[in-house]
Design a binder for this molecule. Structure first.
Ligand code: NAD
Ligand code: UDP
Length: 389
């Protein structure tokens, strides 16, 4: 741990070391959160996941990052009797476990609903019954579509933030019809949020709900055919990275008109650490965590990533860097999309005084440098490999 001086919370009180049961610790967000906790705090982690590839570097005894304060438990929370015991051993549980790649929502809706609702139920129950604090990861997707998206295209109200900025305590949750199975994820997340909220109201569960708005950075998802299935479809950062690494045009779904705000994972993790260490300010709240200043259309993201990748790799960009595909072709039947996602930051500002720092260009530069360093050689070898006859 860096620095031995006493660390203080936002109200000037010394922070007591805690034990954290982190479910889904082996994923993208979990790996960054584990790293941050081990490097900068004295807290202990019980890391639960089916995989540990993304946190292997933290588990090795010779690691400089507090390997003695992290214990990995390989388990599937769907069916493992050790879960309650591990939650009981900890002061705080953080639940990150989920199926959370859009390509799965319409093609594996049952797995998506089970993972995001049913599998989270015992976690909430054990926390409530054992009086343990819970930080649960939900999603910005619970907002669904904006009110503004239903206005006529030329309506001046579309420019009014009241019709598109997403507020935790005021915005409605607007999903498409049932056959648009895209919304299976959002709906399951919304129901688990409501259940956690009700456990707080009726049984006194101490909870915080996090709604991430497109957190991106190194170690997000996988590169198809390298460290994930060849036919797999990860989230947009990994899809576009894969295209850039393979010198293929970036695929713009339905013209790439949807808008997103992207936040650097390292900024977002600072917000989570503040929640962990300031329970009195975080309990009972739902927090948007995003960067409202980093808004782009998906098309603009593709253009920026192409430019940044050319800079970090030294390779010239393709003459035609993007290609349009229909959502049906790319994701299959039942896909639908969120039109625009701008987080309102009032609550997180008031409670935790947190603000994101990193611009989209800077976060893409460090992330694509990582992608190039990690994957370029492996892709070259995979492409050069003769196909078995
Ligand atoms: P991720 O897929 O990288 O991590 C999820 C981890 O949970 C994986 O390591 C997976 O193996 C593990 N897991 C899933 N089911 C499990 C089970 N049954 N038992 C044990 N482990 C299991 O995803 P992430 O991006 O790190 O997201 C973490 C959480 O944040 C998810 O709940 C997701 O819905 C939410 N979220 C993330 C973003 C984002 O921008 N990254 C946006 C919205 C919501
Ligand atoms: N998208 C795209 N090309 C891709 C992958 C994704 O145009 O290769 C679009 C997708 O349709 C959506 C946006 O990029 O509009 C963000 O997708 P992501 O999978 O990251 O998740 P989401 O923000 O929708 O949860």
């Amino acid at each position: 741990m860096a620095g031995a001086s006493v660390r203080l919370d936002l109200d000037g009180r010394p922070i007591k070391p805690v034990t954290i049961c982190m479910i889904g610790a082996g994923g993208f967000i979990g790996s960054h959160l584990c790293e941050k906790i081990l490097l900068e705090t004295p807290h202990k982690i019980l890391a639960l996941d089916v995989y540990n590839d993304k946190i292997k570097h933290l588990l090795e005894p010779e690691s400089q990052t507090g390997a003695d304060r992290i214990q990995f438990h390989r388990l599937n929370i769907k069916h493992d009797s050790r879960l309650e015991g591990l939650i009981k051993m900890a002061d705080l549980t953080i639940n990150l476990a989920a199926i959370c790649t859009p390509a799965d929502y319409n093609t594996r809706p049952l797995d998506t609903i089970y993972s995001n609702f049913i599998d989270a139920l015992p976690v909430v129950k054990y926390c409530s019954e054992n009086n343990k604090r819970l930080i649960h990861f939900s999603t910005c997707e619970v907002y669904g579509k904006t009110i503004g998206s239903f206005l006529p295209k030329d309506s001046p109200l579309r420019q009014d933030p009241a019709y598109y900025v997403l507020k935790e305590d005021a915005s409605p949750c607007i999903f498409g019809s049932i056959e648009k199975q895209r919304w299976s994820y959002a709906c399951a997340k919304q129901l688990i949020e409501r259940l956690i909220y009700a456990e707080g109201a009726e049984n006194g569960l101490e909870f915080t709900i996090v709604r991430p708005f497109n957190w991106i950075g190194p170690r997000m998802d996988f590169i198809p055919g390298i460290d994930g299935p060849s036919e797999g479809v990860p989230r947009v950062l990994a899809c576009f990275s894969n295209n850039l690494l393979r010198r293929q045009p970036l695929k713009l779904v339905d013209g790439g008109q949807s808008q997103r705000t992207f936040i650097y994972i390292k900024d977002a993790i600072e917000a989570v650490l503040l929640m962990i260490e300031n329970p009195a300010r975080a309990n009972g709240h739902i927090f948007n965590v995003g960067n409202p200043h980093n808004e782009v259309t998906v098309r603009q993201l593709a253009e920026m990533m192409t430019e940044v990748y050319a800079k970090v790799s030294g390779e010239a960009a393709l003459e035609e860097p993007t290609v349009d595909v229909s959502s049906k072709e790319f994701y299959g039947e039942g896909y639908d999309d969120s039109d625009k996602r701008i987080p309102d930051m009032t609550i997180i500002n008031q409670q935790l005084g947190w603000n994101p720092k990193t611009s989209l260009w800077d976060l893409l530069e460090s992330t694509l440098t990582y992608q190039h360093r990690t994957y370029a050689e492996a892709i070259k070898q995979a492409v050069a490999k003769p196909v078995a006859s």
